[in-house]
Design a protein around this ligand. Structure first.
Ligand code: SF4
Length: 338
């Protein structure tokens, strides 16, 4: 298999240029075509000689995977399907909102965290996405040049594919890359403790933690990795960092009827997060086949939100997007795998 260009730094691209007989400065030109112009084929790199492009194609693959399908929701959300090989596929979701266009990207084929309420978790783990596979989701879609934000909240646990995700974030934030501010990027995790510490020490992007239940034993029933990385330890680690500046921490709390939506859970959540500079996002559970969970009624969600907010913790109900095309939280599976 040919090596992929997408994901390489200008220094690495200079080596590529020299290897195929191009001048060293072509490394910078390659970076421009990949990350600024975001071309979808080597043939579009018109300031590289035709002979040079042919040599590049012999040795390298651009790394952009074109979507094999795209569905559009009644609310404008678009779900793209990318074939990843061996019958596997991943999905990315573009969510328009006023003047913002946010891309929810996948980091793995499936997921090994096994959260019981999640379609991705159910399908098991089929491999990590490469840096090129991750970046390709940003480049291959129609809205590539209009994207304003991204969330690593698609299929997979991003901190379980740490090196590739961090390299993708480097490309997104580098001056020679997409040149995005870290403020435009949020990484969502269940709290993979060792990798979370590395992330907090080295990256200025936002962090979102999937909390879903403040009681450890109950959380373990829906999120098996609670046993390895208890939420109390995750919160204790986060408390060591400053979130009063540009970097923000938020907690995702999917509400399951009769399971985590009463006063006891609200009060335990308040005790867990009291005094932290953070936000809680309440998420309506989106029904998936054969899962023993129900959706909390809106009025109960609002009571829960008010109880938490009244204790000084910012708490909002997140609007569901793309539910009609199975693009909402917890619904991504990659059509090929279903
Ligand atoms: Fe993996 Fe996230 Fe789904 Fe859990 S919720 S199984 S971490 S994709």
């Amino acid at each position: 298999m040919r090596e992929k260009l997408l994901g390489k730094t200008p220094t690495e691209l200079k080596e590529v240029a020299l290897k195929v007989g191009l001048p060293a400065f072509a490394g910078k030109q390659l970076a421009q075509w990949l990350y600024v112009r975001r071309v979808k084929s080597i043939d579009e790199m018109t300031n590289i000689s035709k002979v040079g492009r042919e040599r590049l194609k012999e040795e390298y693959d651009l790394g952009v995977i074109l979507p094999s399908a795209c569905q559009t929701s009644t609310d404008g959300t678009k779900k793209y399907l990318f074939p990843i090989g061996e019958g596997n596929a991943v999905e990315a979701v573009m969510i328009p909102d006023d003047d913002r266009k946010t891309l929810c990207v996948s980091s793995q084929v499936g997921c090994r965290m096994g959260c019981k309420f999640c379609m991705t978790g159910r399908q098991g783990f089929h491999g990590h996405l490469s840096v090129a596979d991750i970046l390709s989701q940003f480049i291959a879609i129609d809205e590539s040049m209009d994207l304003t934000n991204t969330v690593f909240m698609g299929m997979g646990e991003p901190l379980d594919n740490y090196d590739n995700v961090m390299k993708a974030i480097e490309v997104l934030t580098a001056d020679w890359g997409f040149a995005w501010s870290p403020k435009r990027i949020t990484l969502s995790t269940i709290g993979v403790l060792p990798a979370l510490k590395k992330y907090l020490d080295s990256c200025r992007c936002h962090i979102a933690v999937s909390l879903h239940n403040p009681f450890g034993e109950e959380r373990a029933q829906i999120m098996p990795f609670q046993k390895a990385w208890p939420i109390a330890d995750v919160v204790a680690l986060l408390r060591e960092y400053d979130f009063t500046g540009q970097r923000r921490v938020s907690f995702e709390y999917t509400m399951f009827k009769g399971m985590n939506d009463d006063k006891q859970h609200a009060d335990a959540l308040i005790r867990l997060l009291k005094g932290m500079e953070c936000r809680v996002n309440l998420i309506r559970f989106h029904k998936i086949p054969d899962a023993p969970f129900d959706t909390t009624p809106q009025v109960i969600m609002e009571n829960f939100r008010d109880r938490v907010s009244n204790q000084g913790i910012t708490c909002t109900i997140r609007a569901s997007r793309g539910e009609d095309i199975l693009a909402a939280c917890g619904m991504l599976a990659g059509e090929h795998n279903r």
